[in-house]
Design a protein around this ligand. Structure first.
Ligand code: CMP
Length: 139
């Protein structure tokens, strides 16, 4: 069964000019892009996206970072898309990420870690509509 997940290429990776290299990894892993947009989030929008982390000590810094430059938000579709995307991304902390993963190759720190991916299909069901309406999703 095809599943959908939300992927975000974060401001650090956008400014390093590696959007294409990251997208290539999704496509090579048979994940299809069914919606895509580039936008510069306000700090309030970044806070709203990461609302589940509101009580964490890194919340303010994370929202500042996520609104520091444009991001590319995408809906990826494919078999086991959530888990597949998380394997491609690697661990949150790039120092702990497996060799050859997106974060090992492109991330500079646990905060500026190149990409975000939904951690479950329940999260994807909340995160996808944050960026995309039903009409934006290609069928
Ligand atoms: P992401 O997968 O988008 O989910 C939450 C984000 O918070 C994470 O990636 C990092 O960008 C950021 N972050 C900053 N510090 C930490 C931390 N100590 N633990 C987890 N996430 C962190």
């Amino acid at each position: 069964m095809a599943e959908r997940t939300l992927s975000i290429i974060k401001p650090d990776a956008v400014s390093k000019n590696v959007i294409g290299e990251i997208i290539k990894r999704f496509e090579s892993a048979q994940l299809k892009i069914v919606a895509i947009q580039m936008r510069h989030l306000t700090k309030k929008e970044a806070e709203a996206f990461y609302d589940v982390h509101r009580e964490r000590p890194f919340f303010d810094s994370l929202a500042t970072f996520m609104s520091s430059g444009p991001v590319v938000a995408m809906v990826l579709e494919g078999e086991n898309a959530v888990a597949k995307n998380r394997t491609l991304m690697g661990a949150t902390d790039p120092k702990k990420a497996d060799k050859g993963t997106i974060r090992a190759d492109f991330a500079g720190s646990i905060e500026a870690n190149a990409v975000h991916g939904s951690d479950s299909s329940a999260s994807a069901a909340v995160e996808i509509p944050f960026f995309f309406s039903r009409l934006d999703l290609v069928r």
